[in-house]
Ligand binder design. Structure first.
Ligand code: NAD
Ligand code: ZN
Ligand code: ZN
Length: 345
C-alpha cells in the first residue's frame, strides 16, 4: 500500500509498504481504508521543521475519514463498510489528568502525525475506543473535518456561551468553526474578526453574519455598534497574535471569560494588572475528548454547522508535497485542503 512519510522538514518520501492484515488485528481494533485526509496548520509547521514536538520520520494525517475493511473479534461499534473517523490521541490512561477523565491533557499524550505515525496511507489500524462511526449519508469530506470541528465543539464548551454576546478573533478554519459552534450553542450575537476579507466572507457563507476586518475598523467600535450597551461576555482567541488577544482583553466586559484556542508562536505581553482589575479569566482549550467528536458529528449531520464551504482545495495522494506547497503560497485562500485518496494523481 501507499504511505507518505515526512522523513525530515520539507522531505516527503512515498513508500510502498506491506498493508496491515485483518488477521493481525487484535480483538478491539478496526482496519480502515483511508479515503480523505485534511491538512492542518500544525502539520504545515511540522513540514517546515517549526513544530517543536514533531518526531521525524513521521507519517502525517490526523484529520481523516474512511471505510471499515475489517473488525477485530470483539468490536461492536462498527461493521465492514461503515464510514468512520477517529481521534488521533494516544493517551496513557493512568496519569492524574487521565484518571480525572481529562485525557486530552494526558501527561504522556502522543498525537498521531506528530509524536506517532498518522493515517497518510491506504490502510490504517485504529483502536475501537478512539473510533467514531459516521452517518451513512455524511460525505467523507465532512468526515475528515470532524477533527477540526471537534476542536470547535470543545473550545465553545469551555465556558457558557448561551445567551451571551461573543467575539471570535481569527476566522481561519478553527475560528470559523468555534464561531459556528457558539451560534449552535445559543450565543446571542457572535462577531468574528480577521485581517482577511476573504476569510470573513467565508464566515458569512457559513452563517456567521457579523464580521469585522480589524485592519479597517476597531473592535471597540464594532462591538459598540453590534452589542450596544450590553457589550460582550465571552471572547475566543483564535488568531495567535498579540494584538488580537490584547484587543479582546481591552474590549471585553469586566468579569468575562476569554478562551485561548490559538497556539502562540511568540508569547504575548499582556497586562496582568488589567486582567486582575477586570476580573477576567483566561481559559485554555486543548484538542477535544470523545464527546466533542460526537457533538461535531451530530451538529454537522443536522446542518447546524456547515463544513462544505471550508473545503478550498483537494489533491491526490501522490500530490501531498504539492498540497503543502500550495498552502504555503496561498495562505489566505487555502482553508481546508483535503487529500483525496480516491483521486488519481
Ligand atoms: N487548541 C487546540 O486544540 C487547537 C487545535 C487546532 C488548532 N489550534 C490553533 O488555532 C489557531 C487557528 O488555527 P487555524 O487553522 O484557523 O489557523 P489560521 O492561521 O488559518 O487562522 C488564523 C486567522 O487569524 C487571522 N488573524 C491574523 N491576525 C489577526 C488579528 N489581529 N485579528 C484577527 N484575526 C487575525 C488570520 O488572517 C487567519 O485567518 C492556530 O494557532 C492553531 O495552531 C489550536
Ligand atoms: Zn490538526
Ligand atoms: Zn495520561
Amino acid at each position: 500500500m501507499r504511505q507518505a512519510v515526512l522523513v525530515a522538514p520539507k522531505q516527503i518520501v512515498f513508500k510502498e509498504v506491506a498493508a496491515p492484515k485483518a488477521a493481525d488485528l487484535n480483538a478491539r481494533q478496526v482496519l480502515i481504508q483511508v479515503k480523505r485526509i485534511g491538512i492542518c496548520g500544525s502539520e504545515i509547521h511540522s513540514y517546515h521543521g517549526l513544530h517543536p514536538a514533531t518526531f521525524y520520520p513521521v507519517v502525517q494525517g490526523h484529520e481523516y475519514a474512511g471505510t471499515v475493511v475489517a473488525c477485530g473479534a470483539e468490536v461492536t461499534k462498527c461493521q465492514v463498510g461503515d464510514k468512520v473517523t477517529a481521534r488521533p490521541q494516544l493517551v496513557c490512561g493512568t496519569c492524574n489528568p487521565c484518571k480525572r477523565g481529562q485525557y486530552n491533557v494526558c501527561e504522556h499524550l502522543r498525537v498521531q502525525a506528530f509524536q506517532a505515525d498518522g493515517a497518510a496511507q491506504d490502510l490504517f489500524v485504529v483502536d475501537e475506543e478512539r473510533l467514531v462511526k459516521l452517518p451513512d449519508e455524511m460525505p467523507l469530506d465532512w468526515g475528515a473535518m470532524i477533527e477540526p470541528s471537534a476542536v470547535g465543539a470543545h473550545a465553545s464548551a469551555r465556558t457558557e456561551v448561551k445567551g451571551k454576546n461573543v467575539v471570535v478573533s481569527g476566522a481561519g478554519t478553527i475560528g470559523n468553526l468555534v464561531a459556528q459552534f457558539c451560534l449552535a450553542r445559543g450565543a446571542k450575537k457572535v462577531l468574528i474578526t480577521d485581517v482577511s476579507d476573504l476569510r470573513l466572507s467565508k464566515a458569512r457563507e457559513c452563517g456567521i453574519a457579523h464580521t469585522l476586518n480589524v485592519t479597517k475598523g476597531s473592535l471597540k467600535e464594532a462591538a459598540a455598534e453590534l452589542f450596544g450597551d450590553e457589550g460582550f461576555q465571552v471572547g475566543f482567541e483564535v488568531a495567535g497574535v498579540e494584538s488580537s488577544i490584547r484587543s479582546l482583553m481591552e474590549t471585553i466586559e469586566k468579569g468575562s471569560d476569554i478562551v485561548v484556542v490559538a497556539v502562540f508562536g511568540k508569547d504575548p505581553a499582556l497586562s496582568m494588572f488589567h486582567l486582575g482589575e477586570h476580573e477576567l479569566r483566561l481559559i485554555g482549550s486543548m484538542m477535544y475528548r470523545h464527546e466533542d467528536y460526537l457533538t461535531a458529528i451530530d451538529f454537522a449531520s443536522r446542518d447546524v454547522i456547515h463544513l462544505s464551504p471550508l473545503v478550498s482545495n483537494r489533491f491526490a495522494f501522490e500530490q501531498y508535497d504539492e498540497a503543502y506547497q500550495f498552502i504555503d503560497s496561498h495562505r489566505e485562500t487555502a482553508m481546508k485542503v483535503l487529500i483525496d485518496l480516491d483521486q488519481k494523481g
